[in-house]
Design a protein around this ligand. Structure first.
Ligand code: CP3
Length: 353
């Protein structure tokens, strides 16, 4: 189904995603809604993160919070990549100081069989409702980005049951039980693809696929064990829409070509590689998103401007650049520094029209 979407008044982000000319470089920030903002913490004092995500009105409010303080060129729906696993029955809890934990991780074929996948349009209807609610509030001013975790990153959490530095249990399944790996990745690819399609049908203007832990893989293993499933996700979305599709992984310098080959019209770039080098690797015409070190925002204003200016200088005003951090914003970031960054990126990149 092709959903009719109207172009927002500020379409810099969408134009850059299509390598079209822009008046200045668009900017949005991964995790732009979150604990670094006092107004977010005020709501978090009253609700858990899952309550905020599952209550469309609250999720929409949190989505809008950073837009009131900063001149951002896109909104991203407030949700989390892990709700999809929770809705498969894995029992998600966020533990203060420890992060996400699943009470029923998937380690055996029996665990997999216990999962009862429902269409994400039903199981994750609260996020689709939050998208409708946010679109009402945005009044077509700027675009709204939808997102999902990628099959590999979700499989890592599903098998491990919690965050990890190198995901040994997940890799053990990948190497020792390829059948279980294929079944789990296949199930997740279908769920993720259907979830992104449902978000497109709900009216988002672009989607981002977060494969946050793909940087833990060799290019060979990425190609063999992961790429076919991210390709399946991309094919599902492409079958119903030609909206911008951003594919992002961290620590991905060694697999950027593969990331680009697997999925997406825009490639996310983290800060561990020069953005011009990333462009050489994946092709100069491929739009890129990135790539300031999120912790640069902990430095003084002059340092933030120097580093952000260096990213913009490296891109040399070429078409197809969306400014972003190389990963999510850190919770100790001073909101005043975020304003400095956003205003600087617009002013420094302003092109004469
Ligand atoms: O970008 C946005 O503003 C949209 C919201 C968003 C959240 N999580 C909200 C959130 C997005 C896009 C995510 C993605 C996400 N979630 C990823 C992929 C991106 C990345 O950072 O690599 C991952 C790996 C997760 C899993 C996750 N969710 C973790 C590890 C944690 C705990 C982090 C911590 O510091 O405690 C979360 C919780 C979470 N998701 C928070 C937010 C704002 C903080 C929770 C809180 O309010 O207590």
């Amino acid at each position: 189904m092709h959903t009719k979407i109207t172009t927002p008044e500020n379409d810099r982000f969408l134009r850059a995603c299509r390598s079209e000319s822009v008046d200045c470089t668009p900017i949005w920030l991964m995790r732009q809604a979150g604990r670094y903002m006092p107004e977010y913490r005020a709501l978090r004092d009253r609700y858990t993160i899952l309550e905020m995500i599952r209550t469309p009105e609250l999720a929409a409010e949190v989505t809008m919070q950073p837009l009131r303080s900063f001149d951002l060129d896109a909104a991203i729906i407030f949700a989390d990549i892990l709700t999809l696993l929770d809705e498969l029955g894995l029992g998600l809890r966020f533990i203060e100081g420890e992060g996400p934990v699943f009470d029923q991780p998937v380690r055996t074929t029996g665990d997999l069989k216990r999962m009862e996948p429902r269409p994400p349009a039903e199981s994750l209807a609260y996020t689709l409702d939050a998208i409708h609610c946010t679109l009402d509030k945005l009044e077509n001013r700027i675009p709204l980005i939808g997102f999902s975790g990628a099959p590999y990153t979700l499989a890592c959490y599903a098998i491990e049951g919690r965050g990890s530095r190198d995901f040994p249990s997940a890799k053990k399944v990948m190497y020792t039980d390829p059948e279980l790996w294929d079944q789990l990745m296949g199930l997740l690819a279908d769920q993720v693809g259907d979830y992104l399609v449902a978000q497109v049908e709900a009216g988002v203007h672009a989607v981002q696929l977060f494969d946050s832990w793909a940087g833990s893989l060799s290019p060979q293993d990425y190609t063999r064990y992961v790429m076919p499933y991210s390709q399946r996700v991309y094919a599902k979305v492409r079958a119903c829409s030609d909206l911008p599709f951003i594919h992002f992984a961290t620590g991905s310098a060694g697999i950027l070509k593969e990331i680009h080959q697997a999925a997406g019209t825009v490639t996310g770039v983290d800060w561990r590689i020069r953005i011009e080098e990333a462009r050489e690797l994946i092709g100069p015409d491929v739009p890129v998103q990135g790539n300031l070190d999120p912790l640069a925002l902990l430095g003084p204003e002059e340092e933030i401007k120097r580093q952000a200016g260096a990213v913009l200088d490296a891109v040399k005003g070429q078409a197809g650049h969306i400014f972003n951090l190389g990963h999510g914003i850190h919770k100790t970031t001073d909101p005043g520094k975020v304003k400095t960054l956003v205003d600087f990126v617009h002013a420094y990149s302003r092109r004469e029209t």
